[in-house]
Design a protein around this ligand. Structure first.
Ligand SMILES: *Cc1c(COP(=O)(O)O)cnc(C)c1O
Length: 229
């Protein structure tokens, strides 16, 4: 399938998931995960009308960002080593993987030095799998209380990764758990401003995530494909 068809197909599936759950398709943003493909393919993605690009390795992403002269809106979606923060700050507007306090401090320090700001999702390990990054759900409140003091890092929502399942339905409790956590944090207003966003859902499980309230889905294989063009 050509890129335009894949995009059309994904949009239809998002719209159907929204219809099933009483949501509007405009509430769901698509991050095209380009980590498997070249800068040229990434350029084609941007030309297809997608504006948001997701990457997970600074060493690969930064040359791509430079090749594309920073067109688009860039989302950092993978585990981020603190010593790499300086490479991506000012280039990536969104960090989906804020998973520890030392990273928040490094982001604040580097954003201040660069005179920029960054929007972050607090990554939460809802499933509790040892292999998953993210803070434990019960740590979110104290983390946000501290994060509210940061000047340059703005937490806009939560992110999670569901376990790999053959049946996407099995991921539902994880996505629902993230939404319920966000609602609970908003109810106590611990951060001082509402957490509006939920980054959840990948190629294999995005429809369930949308039904459970995702405001950003991160799509690689299904949308971008794995091929190099
Ligand atoms: C690779 C990746 C994705 C996209 O995965 P697909 O299954 O290819 O859609 C989404 N989120 C994160 C954090 C990733 O690393």
């Amino acid at each position: 399938m050509a890129l335009e068809q894949r995009l059309q197909h994904v949009r239809e599936r998002i719209a159907a998931a929204c219809a099933r759950s009483g949501r509007l398709p405009e509430e769901v943003g698509i991050v095209a995960v380009t980590k498997y493909v070249s800068a040229d393919m990434t350029r084609q993605i941007l030309e297809s009308g997608i504006t948001d690009i997701g990457e997970n390795r600074p060493g690969v992403a930064v040359p791509k960002w430079e090749a594309l002269e920073g067109q688009g809106v860039w989302h950092f979606i993978g585990h981020l080593q603190s010593r790499k923060v300086k490479d991506i700050i000012g280039k990536f507007q969104y960090i989906h993987s804020l998973d520890r306090w030392s990273l928040a401090e490094e982001l604040e320090k580097r954003a201040t030095a660069a005179g920029t700001e960054v929007k972050a999702f607090l990554q939460v390990n809802v499933s509790g799998e040892a292999s998953k990054q993210g803070i434990a759900p019960e740590e979110a409140e104290s983390f946000l209380r501290e994060a509210a003091k940061l000047q340059r890092v703005s937490v806009i929502g939560l992110m999670t990764m569901a376990p790999d399942c053959d049946d996407p339905e099995e991921t539902r409790p994880v996505f629902r758990g993230l939404r319920e956590l966000r609602d609970k944090l908003n109810a106590t207003n611990v951060y001082g401003k509402p957490l509006t966003e939920l980054s959840m859902g990948m190629s294999g499980d995005f429809e369930v995530a949308v039904e459970e309230g995702a405001t950003w889905v991160r799509l690689g294989t299904l949308l971008v494909g794995g091929e190099q063009i």
